[in-house]
Ligand binder design. Structure first.
Ligand SMILES: Cc1cc2nc3c(=O)[nH]c(=O)nc-3n(C[C@H](O)[C@H](O)[C@H](O)COP(=O)(O)OP(=O)(O)OC[C@H]3O[C@@H](n4cnc5c(N)ncnc54)[C@H](O)[C@@H]3O)c2cc1C
Length: 466
């Protein structure tokens, strides 16, 4: 350890207290990692990466003082929420300080349909507080019980609620954000509306967010439903029509090819053998109508339970989005995943993928609003709903994996790379606006270095890259 780092650690102990500065042991190891191990490619790249020190401030003033110390020392700073990201987003590539923001967890207010909170507030806690005031989150990841608001903003995309409101970047969901710059004297900067979207999902490379305002939706009481059928085409067609039906109010629409439902250990007893299964989370006022329609179409309704308010398990969402992958990996670690988007030819594309790689590509679909303003009400149009996939791939070799991706692309399927840590491939493009913002808020390139490759300054590149 260098003298600079030792001096910094002493200063951090004085600032935050011994207990909030971690320099070794299992806690340092755990807080240096996320769920990157989902990806066979990332395991080898990131297994040996860890912080030199984890710091756990509890107030904005402590964060400000910490950033000032790190700037003076020229040490890397990687923000962290709950560490549930899938791409090594909060894994420090060049050591330094992991800034654990989980103690900044105050929910300041829920007023006029807007929540104002600190970044470490868990999404599940926000949902509980919002519901008590007559509101609910517009969208949240399936990791909501653990994941933080700041981490969802910094690394997430969308999830539950997406069938109505799209992802976190859709419409006017993000109202404002306030961040601290990494400078000698860190400044608090507040961005609203479009400007607040520039640093969205930049993996902690563009300042430390210390407060967020997010628009909520009026709360709805929900039921959680699962439908089973032996015939994929029948179930797929019914689910697709249900999701595109603008008069049915839904929070989730997911579809799993058999044997995926057999991986869902806690609810396996409800999943009939050799049946594909679809999940809908729907407005309780419409459950009777939706169940009757499903049964009339020849589907078996195998699960029908309320979503508790305040939120309390069981949650069908624990098996959706990337939780599906987690359950599959628990059953067989050789499973991995990709994220795929389809064109208007989606029925054909999905069928060809399933037929070409039977047993090797298992279809997992999630519907989401591509135009949230037109998925409900009299103006609803079927095209405003999109279907995407997080298919499971039984990983054999890198060559075979790339062959499957190339085949999918040859069908016109968009395949996002989920097997890289940098922004370009998994996140929105590294736009000029983002790079300009980075120059403004992190002029020395100390924030999560190596993740925004297009930013020209990485003081650690020659020292430990690779
Ligand atoms: C089983 C499983 C299921 C998942 N399902 C979904 C899903 O449905 N939808 C989805 O979008 N994602 C999903 N994810 C990914 C992840 O859970 C979410 O993106 C989640 O919102 C991340 O929150 P976190 O608090 O864990 O963030 P972290 O992983 O701690 O951080 C994410 C990124 O944000 C940055 N960051 C964190 N806090 C701040 C801050 N205050 N200021 C600046 N940068 C910050 C970090 O540096 C990092 O780059 C899933 C992951 C797993 C393992």
């Amino acid at each position: 350890m260098t003298t600079t780092l030792e001096t910094l650690i002493d200063s951090l102990r004085t600032l935050l207290g011994e207990a909030n500065v971690i320099t070794g042991g299992e806690t340092l190891e755990t807080l240096s990692k996320d769920y990157y191990w989902y990806s066979p490619a990332l395991r080898s790249q990131l297994d040996d990466k860890r912080a030199d020190v984890v710091a756990r401030p509890a107030t904005v003033e402590e964060v400000r003082a910490l950033l000032s110390l790190c700037f003076a020392a020229g040490v890397a700073v990687t923000p962290r929420g709950a560490g549930t990201g899938n791409y090594g987003q909060c894994v420090p590539l060049h050591g330094g300080v992991v800034l654990d923001l989980s103690r900044l967890d105050r929910i300041h207010s829920v007023e006029g349909g807007v929540v104002r909170a600190e970044p470490g507030a868990r999404l599940g806690s926000i949902e509980t507080v919002a519901r008590a005031a007559g509101w609910e989150l517009r969208c949240y990841p399936s990791t909501w019980m653990k994941a933080t608001l700041g981490g969802f903003w910094g690394g997430g995309a969308g999830g539950i609620g997406g069938v109505r409101w799209g992802g976190i970047a859709s419409g006017d969901t993000v109202v404002s954000l306030t961040l601290l710059t990494l400078e000698a004297e860190p400044r608090l900067l507040r961005y609203e509306g479009k400007a607040a979207m520039v640093p969205l999902r930049t993996f902690g490379t563009t300042g430390v967010v210390v407060e967020l305002e997010m628009r909520l939706a009026p709360k709805i009481d929900y039921d959680q439903l699962a439908f089973a059928a032996a015939d994929w085409d029948l179930l797929f067609a019914w689910m697709d029509a249900a999701l595109r039906n603008g008069s049915w109010r839904k929070r989730v629409g997911s579809l799993f090819q058999w044997p995926i439902p057999s991986f869902f250990a806690p609810i396996k007893k409800y999943m009939p053998a050799d049946r594909h299964v679809g999940f809908l989370i729907v407005d309780r006022a419409q459950t009777t109508e939706i169940v009757a329609a499903a049964e009339a179409a020849g589907l078996a309704v195998v699960y029908n339970r309320p979503l508790a308010d305040p939120p309390k398990p069981p949650f069908l969402s624990d098996f959706t989005y990337n939780h599906t992958t987690l359950w599959a990996m628990k059953s067989d670690p050789a499973y991995t995943y990709v994220q795929a988007g389809f064109t208007a030819d989606y029925r054909n594309q999905i069928r060809k993928l399933m037929e070409t790689y039977p047993g090797e590509v298992l279809m997992h679909l999630e519907w989401g609003a591509s135009d949230p303003s037109r998925v409900v009400g009299p103006d609803a149009v079927p095209e405003a709903m999109g279907v995407g996939a997080i298919p499971l791939i039984h990983y054999r070799t890198e060559e075979r994996f790339l062959e499957i991706l190339a085949f999918a692309r040859s069908l016109g399927v968009y395949v996002g790379s989920t097997h890289t840590v940098t922004l370009t491939e998994v996140g929105p493009e590294q736009t000029a606006a983002r790079i300009a913002l980075k120059h403004e808020v992190d002029p020395r390139g100390l924030m999560n270095p190596g993740k925004m490759k297009a930013f020209p300054v990485n003081p650690f590149e020659s020292a430990s890259a690779g």
